[in-house]
Ligand binder design. Structure first.
Ligand SMILES: Nc1nc2c(ncn2[C@@H]2O[C@H](COP(=O)(O)OP(=O)(O)OP(=O)(O)O)[C@@H](O)[C@H]2O)c(=O)[nH]1
Ligand SMILES: [Mg+2]
Length: 305
């Protein structure tokens, strides 16, 4: 077949999974690469619960990043679904980035993931948070340790926080793509509907402000989302679901202070994301031990193993 100068540029797509232990920086890296906040980030492990796509199109190449829940030993049915979600992602992508902390021993779950990668497609080892390292020798030793796992085509060092080494990932990843039309609009940045993004932002604030075991037992669902076009305003009602009556009191706080703090911070983020004024109402509901209840997990929209 001959091509003329009028032929469109050949487009391609590359699907990339980001996996790794909780808190290693998968969502931070996804956001950095996409240039938008598609996934919430907190200093607490097990922030991400579902697979979230971050999409970025650079010229002819569309990159689809799949941020996944951190892999850890399941302690309840929700954990089991989260771990499954991460493992299942390996099958759907062209290449996997497995993120590692810059120091410390590998966890049992990390080593299991490495075994799973041996049976999956190509993968690249990523040492994240190199901004925390001060000497080159430590980094080199870490690189060797990860290379010795014997599965990664390359091992690279980055910082999702300050951007070190991140831009360089694009040409590297493009090489794993395949030619064809883009799967998403070129200006799309996530597959997550606005409603879900709102729910995640509320959960992020709950994770940030609440202490101990309470925040991990929280799920957020948007109950209603109505635009008032004439007023440039969106009315949103969300339910903050918790698993114990005693937690409800802590989420509401003295005189409603805590709930107000969560709602105000979430509203500001929602307004920035949606580009309109938002009227956000938050209600707290108890669903006893929902994290261990398959039906509740289905109702709350968690992917089934
Ligand atoms: N110093 C430093 N901190 C980072 C870096 N990347 C992420 N962090 C921090 O690490 C914490 C966890 O980041 P996340 O992006 O939420 O981690 P995650 O892997 O998505 O975590 P889960 O969703 O719980 O599995 C946050 O406090 C981030 O600010 C980095 O490059 N350097
Ligand atoms: Mg995450």
């Amino acid at each position: 077949m001959t091509t003329s100068k009028h032929d469109p540029v050949q487009t391609s797509s590359v699907f990339v999974a980001l996996v790794g232990r909780p808190n290693v920086g998968k969502s931070s890296l996804t956001n950095h690469l996409v240039g938008e906040k598609v996934a919430i980030v907190t200093q607490k492990p097990q922030t991400t619960r579902n697979r979230i796509m971050g999409i970025v199109t650079k010229g002819p190449v569309q990159y689809v990043f799949m941020d996944t829940p951190g892999i850890h030993k399941p302690r309840n049915k929700l954990d089991a679904r989260m771990t499954q979600t991460a493992s299942a992602s390996l099958a759907d992508v062209d290449v996997t980035l497995m993120l590692f902390e810059p120091a410390g021993p590998f966890t049992e779950s990390e080593l299991k993931m490495v075994e799973a990668l041996k049976k999956a497609g190509p993968s690249i080892g990523i040492i994240n948070k190199v901004d925390l390292l001060t000497d080159f020798a430590t980094l080199e030793a870490r690189k060797r340790q990860i290379e010795e796992l014997g599965v990664f085509e390359k091992v690279l060092a980055i910082s999702a926080r300050d951007g070190t080494g991140c831009e360089e990932l694009f040409p590297l990843l493009a090489a794993y793509g395949s030619e064809g039309p883009h799967y998403f609009d070129d200006d799309a940045y996530t597959d997550l509907p606005e409603k879900e993004l709102v729910a995640e932002l509320v959960r992020e604030k709950a994770l940030l402000f609440l202490r101990e075991e309470v925040p991990h037992g929280i799920a957020v669902v948007v109950d209603s989302f109505k635009e008032r076009p004439d007023k440039n305003l969106i009315d949103i009602t969300v339910d903050i679901v918790c698993e114990k009556k005693s937690h409800k009191g802590m989420i509401i706080g003295k005189g409603g202070q805590m709930l107000k703090r969560i709602a105000t911070a979430a509203r500001l983020d929602c307004e920035e994301m949606l580009g309109t004024k938002v009227n956000l109402q938050c209600w707290v509901k108890v669903r006893e031990d929902w994290r261990d209840n398959e039906r509740q997990l289905d109702n709350l929209g968690f992917a089934k193993p």
